[in-house]
Design a protein around this ligand. Structure first.
Ligand code: ATP
Ligand code: MG
Length: 244
């Protein structure tokens, strides 16, 4: 269970999150929608303890992480697998080294065990054949898959966090990533997906939050979302009508 309790956050005295409160159970599948710059990525960074709120509390599995130090946060971070929005891979390292990086960082596995695990992870996301390639030799869709494999490398996450996992991808690759997201969440592991693409959100989530002016102005299921009378949500929904 993750709880945001009256969280305020600002960058350089400019408020990004204003009194945000919500709770998400570890097995839930939640999409955070909203316009550019509405604070969606900021929410994921706060969950990972990469940023600290100005005020309010963030409670994960009953523990208040708001004022925890780096050592304790490391342990909290291992409960999540996160795929970041930007620059998901290290450009100077091969696919293999990118995925192995987290294993070297977080585990004490031998080189042989690392190689085996890297292959397993790449197979899981369907890009084992790319093991020796460099990131700039990958297509966008393969890049995202490797990023997912890398995020899975560190641990057996309780919950998946995805920041715009399908942006910039063609519809077929986006569809593949959505399938992968759904497959990984089989067995009751929850997810939070931040996305502009309402169609993809609907494929993987069943609870939707819509951010506007620094806070969620909508929080509900699919049926409630399609009937919501928030003007911005109506605009997001028009993408669906177009794709029918
Ligand atoms: N490191 C930073 N320093 C200063 N301002 C920042 C920083 N990161 C983000 N911001 C600002 O905070 C606001 C929220 O950013 P955030 O990245 O959370 O938005 P977002 O909802 O994820 O947007 P997008 O959909 O474009 O990814 C934006 O106005 C952005 O300009
Ligand atoms: Mg973002």
């Amino acid at each position: 269970m993750m709880v945001f309790d009256k969280v305020w956050f600002s960058y350089n005295a400019r408020h990004v999150l204003r009194d945000v409160s919500f709770s998400i159970k570890a097995e839930e599948k939640v999409a955070i929608l909203g316009g550019s710059g509405e604070g969606k990525t900021t929410i994921l960074r706060l969950i990972m303890g990469l940023l600290k709120p100005d005020s309010g509390r963030i409670i994960i599995d009953g523990e208040d992480i708001t004022n925890k130090g780096e050592d304790q946060l490391r342990e909290v971070r291992m409960r999540f697998s996160i795929v970041f929005q930007e620059g998901a891979l290290f450009d100077s390292m091969s696919v293999k080294e990118n995925v192995a990086f987290c294993l070297r960082e977080y585990t004490k596995l031998s080189e042989e065990e690392i190689e085996k695990r890297v292959r397993e992870l790449l197979r899981t996301v369907g890009v084992e054949q790319a093991i020796s390639l460099m990131p700039d030799e990958l297509s966008g869709g393969m890049h995202r898959r490797v990023a997912v494999a890398r995020s899975l490398a560190a641990c057996d996450p309780r919950m998946f966090l995805y920041d715009e996992p399908t942006s910039g991808l063609d519809p077929v690759s986006a569809d593949n990533i959505c399938r992968l997201i759904n497959d990984l969440s089989k067995g009751g592991r929850g997810l939070i997906i931040v996305t502009h693409k309402i169609f993809d959100a609907m494929r993987v989530a069943n609870r939707f939050m819509f951010m506007k002016e620094g806070r969620p102005v909508f929080d509900g299921n699919k049926e409630e979302l399609v009937n919501a009378d928030v003007p911005e949500i109506r605009i997001f929904l028009s993408e669906l009508t177009l794709s029918q």
